[in-house]
Structures are given as C-alpha cells and as structure tokens.
Write a protein that binds this ligand. Structure first.
Ligand code: NAP
Length: 357
C-alpha cells in the first residue's frame, strides 16, 4: 500500500511517499480502506521527533481516518468493567445522563463494509489502517468522508478534557485558547450546543470572526488584547468556570486570574513552555482545579467510553447540523508535506485533511 513515512526527524520535507505492507487487524481490531486522514498538530511534533509513537504502534503518522471496514480481526478479550472510571473518570456525562464504568457490549461496533471514522494511535497517512473496533464511529449522515476524517482526534480530545476532566456544565462559561485551531472549533461548538457562554482567543481578526460565527460571544485577539481583562470585564469580574488551554507557560498565572471560584483549567499541551509560576494562594482561595491529559497513550477502554459519549451526545448534533466540521483545505496523500507546512505557518482555520482514495 502507499503510505507516508517520516524518513528522519525534521521539517515537512522529511515526509516521504513509500510502499509499505498492508497491516493485519489484531484481536478487537478492524482493517479500514482509508478514504481520508486528518492532520493534527501532534503529527508535526511526531515528525520533529518530539512525540514518538507509543510502544507497539506503527511509525506511520496519522491519528484519525475515515473509510470502509474491509476486514475484521479475531474477537478481543472483553474490556475490564469500570476500567475507564478507574483510569480517571472518562465516563462522566452531562447532568441527568451520568453513567459509570464501561459498557463495551452497548458500544456501537462496526461490521464488514461499514462506513466509519476512527481514532487511531498512528498509521492514518496510508491506504489501509488498523483501528480498535471500539474506537470506530459511523460516518454521520450527511457528512463526506473528508469531513468525517476531520472529527475523531479533536472530538475525543475535547470531550474527554472539557466534559470529563473539567466537568463543564450547561449554563457555565468557558474560555477556549486557540479557538480557530482544529481543537478550538470543536470546543466552541460543543460548549455552545450545551448552552454555555463561550469566549475564545485567536491570532488574527479573521480567525476571531470565525470563532464568533461558531458561537463564541466574544473572541479575543491574543496578540493585541489581554484575555484576562476581557473575560473579567465580560463576566462582571467573576471570571469563567473552565479554560481549555494548549499554551501553558506564562499563560498560567493569567489563566488562574481569569477563572471564577471553583474554576477548572484543563491543559492539553504546553506550546508556550512546560514550566509555569503560579500564585498558590489564588489556587486555594478560589478553590481552583488544574488538570490535563494526553489522549494517545490512554487505553482502549477509555477511548471506547469517549466514543460512546460522542455517539450519544455529539453525533445527533452533527446529523442535525447544529455542530459541523470545519475543514479548511484538503491535500492529496502525496502532498502531506505541504499540508504540514500550511499547519506550521498557522494559515488554516479548523482542520486540514489528506485525501487518500
Ligand atoms: N492532549 C491531547 O490529547 C491533544 C490532542 C490533540 C491536540 N492536542 C494539542 O492541541 C493543540 C491544537 O491542536 P490542533 O491539531 O488543533 O492544532 P492547530 O490547528 O495547529 O492549532 C494550534 C493553535 O494554537 C494557537 N496558539 C498558538 N499560540 C497561541 C497563543 N499564544 N495564545 C492562544 N493561542 C495560541 C493557534 O492560534 P492562531 O492560529 O490563532 O495563532 C492555533 O489555533 C496542539 O497544541 C496539540 O498538540 C492535544
């Protein structure tokens, strides 16, 4: 099969189109004939040698795909009940729909020939890709394969961090840093759909306008404005309940200042620096929670629980059009290097997708 490999750590031009053996699905996995593969910022970190695949995972980049199921692997051992809850509560739901533990028997699982999108730990930039069956979701009605391939990595990440870890509730408020990113456009739309007040930051006036069209009541140009001052002013000094952040570094003290009492800060990266100085008295006085997570290394049981939550709560909103994919541009598989270059220059809004077939 045709695939993209990282020939050496480096810039976009280290991505090479090569021939590789077609992978075989193991227990609990399916083989997908890939139509499209999403591009994500973590793929760039992997290409640069800063985010190696977990042990046992292919070196081919790509964390999400869409396509048809062409082979089903042998049956898997049942997942441990309650595994996700033990691993950190990936099964918290919105009020009235709380669940506990993992119920793999009730999770949607794909059959031969099904049209799916899937979260994978690697291998998406290829004509065939294996995925755990429990990490597959049906392509939502009305969406193209290109649009469906743009969903899994950001949707799983936003759900598990904003709703599971940071426990955002309807009626609360959230600040989404990087609102025009693939992650940001999903977070703004999810929070808006669940009746939250949304603020977002972005680096240009055009990107701010997109954030507001997606539902943010006020987007803040982080190069020209102080997000702490804007958020505090718009909330009559109270601050927001949740902040989703991928910048870290010197944003941390500004974020704790922008949080309300009992506020939650959830980190999904530290692009501005992994070390921060915090006012611990402010953390105590305001009873703040600072948390975060990375998705790729988490077990299938956790990802299965997130898939089920997305299927229950987000897929219906995709099918009515209340939430929609935001695909900025599409490149053929062999132009993966150009796709990475566009992402690194920050020219995109939302997602970049590779057309594989
Ligand atoms: N923890 C996890 O499991 C997980 C999973 C997926 C992704 N992530 C992380 O989430 C982030 C977004 O991923 P993506 O694929 O959506 O990438 P992306 O589309 O390339 O987005 C990167 C974003 O960072 C924003 N940004 C950079 N500096 C900023 C600053 N000082 N203040 C506010 N925003 C700033 C950019 O804003 P402008 O373009 O407006 O300047 C851009 O929107 C990445 O850091 C990625 O590593 C984490």
């Amino acid at each position: 099969m045709r695939a993209i490999e990282i020939s050496a750590p480096g810039g976009p031009d280290v991505l090479r189109l090569v021939e590789r053996h077609r992978p075989r699905p193991g227990p609990g996995e399916v083989l997908i004939r890939v139509t499209a593969a999403g591009v994500n910022r973590p793929d760039i970190f992997q290409r640069q040698g800063r985010y190696p695949p977990p042990p046992g995972v292919t070196d081919i980049p790509g964390l999400e795909v869409s396509g048809r199921v062409v082979e089903i692997g042998p049956a898997a051992e049942p997942l441990p009940a309650g595994g996700a809850a033990r691993e950190g509560g990936a099964t918290r739901y919105l009020p009235g729909i709380e669940r506990d533990g993992v119920h793999p028997e009730a999770t949607w699982t794909p059959a031969l020939g099904d049209h799916v999108c899937a979260l994978v730990s690697g291998g998406g930039y290829a004509e065939y890709c294996v995925a755990p069956a429990l990490q597959c979701l049906p392509v939502p009605d009305g969406l193209t394969d290109i649009e469906a391939a743009s969903l899994p990595e950001t949707y799983f990440t936003v759900w598990s961090n904003v709703f599971d870890r940071a426990r955002l509730q309807p009626g609360e408020s959230i600040l989404v840093q990087g609102g025009a990113s693939g992650i940001g456009v999903a977070a703004i739309q999810f929070a808006t759909a669940f009746g939250c007040r949304v603020f977002a930051t972005a680096g240009t006036a055009e990107k701010c306008a997109v954030c507001e069209r997606l539902g943010a009541e006020r987007a803040i140009d982080y190069r020209r404005e102080d997000f702490t001052a804007v958020v505090r002013e718009r909330t009559a000094g109270r601050g927001v309940d949740v902040i989703l952040d991928m910048v870290g570094g010197d944003y941390l003290p500004r974020e704790t200042a922008a949080l309300a009492e009992d506020g939650r800060l959830v980190l999904i990266n530290a692009m501005g620096g992994a070390k921060a100085t915090l006012d611990l008295l402010e953390v105590m006085i305001k009873r703040l929670t600072i948390t975060g997570s990375t998705l790729r290394a988490r077990p299938v049981a956790v990802k299965a629980a997130i898939a089920r939550a997305l299927h229950d709560h987000i897929w219906p909103l995709l099918e009515t059009g209340a939430i929609r994919p935001v695909v900025d541009r599409v490149f053929p598989l062999e132009q993966a290097a150009q796709a990475h270059a566009v992402m690194e220059r920050g020219e995109h809004v939302g997602k970049i997708v590779l057309q594989v077939a």
